[in-house]
Design a protein around this ligand. Structure first.
Ligand code: ADP
Ligand code: MG
Length: 240
């Protein structure tokens, strides 16, 4: 299924509206947070503690949203990134949580590097691997590969999880779209945002009850894609 340009520009405006609201709401909440802090200094109060921590959660959500929908405001310096190294480091973070999931890696061309925002890439691959883990209810496998062609670095993340129903595929990446009880629906929004910003492409192949494969291709060299004129190359396919 090829996602249409109209749909993509609709998604972009959803993101822009969300960012606008986030920005407007953030300022008053930040003020309230400051006053709660002052109040709580005087008389330590259980209710104030709860109010403070809930406010903190709301502000974190808003900051995440602003970060993905206005990446040009959060620009990091570009640097060399060895994606295979970053992937290894992320897998180490998840190591102790995985008793029933085996991880297979096949890293080739590990000397291939891209140039870009390192922290944003780390976050994106963290989000993809976290989703893969969360898609597997019991025992299962996740296979991660890394290769390079002349111009691109290619990473695939394949899980043996629940898969994504066809009617949900087109919603992936929409801010707040989640099927999880405690999901934020911000993970893939961040992923799409950083990959597109670096001129990359995302391909998703999914089969219900069999699993999902994300293929990410990022050019080794590219010029920063400015918001608004960004060319979105997103392709969904259903079958292997
Ligand atoms: P969250 O993980 O907080 O729900 P994401 O943006 O990371 O938000 O993912 C959005 C939704 O996309 C998930 O709730 C899930 O339904 C679906 N999804 C993402 N990755 C996978 C995957 N690997 N397997 C199955 N479903 C997935
Ligand atoms: Mg997620």
């Amino acid at each position: 299924e090829q996602r249409s340009d109209t749909h993509l520009s609709q998604l972009a405006s959803v993101g822009q509206i969300a960012a606008g609201i986030a920005h407007e709401v953030k300022n008053p909440l930040t003020a309230v947070k400051g006053f709660l802090q002052l109040l709580n200094q005087e008389e330590k109060n259980e209710y104030l503690n709860i109010a403070q921590s809930e406010l903190e959660n709301a502000l974190t959500t808003l900051n995440n949203l602003l970060q993905v929908s206005k990446p040009d405001l959060q620009e990091e310096e570009y640097q060399s990134i060895y994606l295979s190294e970053e992937l290894e480091a992320i897998l180490n973070l998840f190591q102790d949580k995985m008793y029933d999931i085996s991880i297979l890696t096949d890293f080739k061309d590990t000397d291939a590097m891209i140039y870009g925002m390192k922290n944003q890439f780390k976050k994106a691959f963290f989000n993809l691997i976290k989703n893969a883990i969360e898609s597997i209810p019991g025992k299962g496998t996740i296979k991660i590969t890394h290769t390079a062609s002349e111009n691109e670095v290619i990473v695939t993340i394949k899980d043996s999880g629940v898969g994504i129903p066809e009617d949900k595929l087109k919603l992936l990446g929409t801010p707040f779209f989640t099927t999880k009880e405690n999901g934020t629906g911000m993970g893939l929004t961040q992923v799409f945002s950083v990959i597109y910003q670096h001129g990359g492409r995302i391909n998703i192949v999914s089969k219900e009850n069999q699993g999902t494969t994300f293929t990410i291709k990022v050019p080794k060299e590219h010029r920063l894609q400015k918001r608004g004129v960004r060319k979105l190359n997103l392709k969904f396919s259903k079958n292997d």
